[in-house]
Ligand binder design. Structure first.
Ligand code: ZN
Ligand code: ZN
Length: 386
């Protein structure tokens, strides 16, 4: 059957569809029609994406001298270039994930879901992506877009662990503007965003009838209060404990399997950052069943009990990283062999590291070795930090 024929017949059907007058439809029929039309559009999007990708590979736009296939589609089909690029990307990911491709063409999953799945692709991790296809497909079939987005973010986080860290985009700009005002603009990573958001929520007053302030104003007041509290404790040697809640799946932590490492406010957090948080924190065990129902909650316990921390402070007297002299109050107790990997919580497996250096030893490729006396830190290239 010639493709041109099929498209022609499709056109005849659409001719009938476009003549339907919505005002003549009852509510239930309209609801049904809306969903049915959407489903067929999604299937056509699957066809379009497959063609767009194949055309891109063959360079069909080059006959018109276009710079790229997306640019050619913008010019000839009047598409937004971003949409054209997304279609080509989806077509490419479907070539890699045949079950996703089939489900999309069969109308079981939406174009939106396939776009999210396509975002999971990280260079050099196609085998792992294929290994996660079933998990993504299950969420897409259930129309659980929230779960699918989280799973894709987890996948990208796990993939990055062995590759390069993403470019550091963290920044905070404080500028004085007209009339004595100060403007803030910031961009934070997942784990730092979780800390800041947790603090802001903890200090923000709830809305009340006699307080007409909008939530942005209440949050601004919260930021000022947080700074006042922090300033009042400046120079305080005792270590303040941050209360940030992260939900972690055990297999994700111990085996790097796809699962949750979620901050309460910000969603998925890089698993390396989670491991660093877990070095020195309170952990509660929550057992969940297959549908996420809570079966059992264990007592929360500190990973480094307070008496052991006091012993550490006496022994290490501040950050043990070569060349660092930050005081104990700024330090976390780092498990040299992480407890989730079977490392014991004993003095010989713990060293104090300041926040900055605790980040460093948890970066992919870095290694900290400790024999109970001297701490040796090796860079990813194997050379030692002196
Ligand atoms: Zn650590
Ligand atoms: Zn340090």
């Amino acid at each position: 059957m010639a493709v041109v024929d099929v498209t022609h017949r499709l056109g005849l059907v659409v001719d009938e569809l476009v003549e339907i007058d919505p005002s003549e439809l009852s509510d239930p029929v309209m609801a049904e029609e809306l969903l049915a039309v959407r489903a067929e559009m999604d299937r056509l999007e699957a066809v379009f994406a497959g063609l767009a990708h194949a055309g891109h590979v063959r360079g069909v736009g080059s006959v018109d001298g276009a710079a790229s296939t997306a640019a050619w589609l913008r010019h000839r089909a009047g598409m937004r270039e971003g949409d054209a690029k997304a279609a080509i990307q989806c077509g490419a990911v479907c070539e890699l994930l045949p079950a996703v491709d089939r489900a999309w063409r069969d109308g079981e999953i939406s174009t939106g879901a396939v776009r999210v799945i396509a975002e999971a692709r990280v260079k050099g991790f196609d085998d792992e992506l294929q290994g996660s296809e079933r998990a993504f497909l299950t969420l897409a079939r259930a129309k659980d877009m929230h779960g699918l987005r989280a799973a894709v973010a987890h996948f990208r986080n796990l993939a990055r662990r062995d590759g390069k860290k993403p470019r550091n985009l963290d920044g905070l700009h404080v500028s004085q503007t007209f009339g004595g005002r100060t403007a803030l603009r910031g961009d934070l990573s997942d784990v730092d965003g979780e800390t800041v958001t947790t603090a802001l929520h903890a200090y923000t007053d709830p809305p009340s009838l006699d307080d007409p302030l909008p939530s942005s104003a209440r949050m601004a007041a919260a930021l000022v209060r947080i700074c006042e509290v922090a300033l009042a404790h400046l120079g305080d040697e005792s270590r303040p404990t941050a209360h940030v809640n992260v939900v972690v799946d055990w297999e994700t932590l111990t085996e790097g399997r796809l699962g949750r490492t979620d901050g309460v406010f910000t969603g998925p957090i890089n698993v390396d950052d989670v491991r660093r948080l877990l070095c020195d924190c309170s952990v509660s065990r929550v057992l969940t069943g297959p549908r996420g129902e809570v079966l059992d909650v264990g007592r929360s316990r500190r990973t480094v009990p307070p008496p052991m921390r006091r012993a550490l402070v006496v022994r290490d007297d501040g950050c043990r990283f070569p060349g660092c002299n930050r005081p104990s109050g700024w330090c976390d107790a780092h498990h040299v062999v992480h407890w989730s990997a079977g490392g014991p919580t004993v003095l010989d497996n713990l060293v104090l590291l300041c926040d900055r250096h605790h980040h460093v030893v948890h970066e992919p490729g870095w290694l900290a070795k400790f024999d109970g006396e001297a701490l040796r830190v090796l860079r990813p290239d194997g050379t030692e930090v002196m």
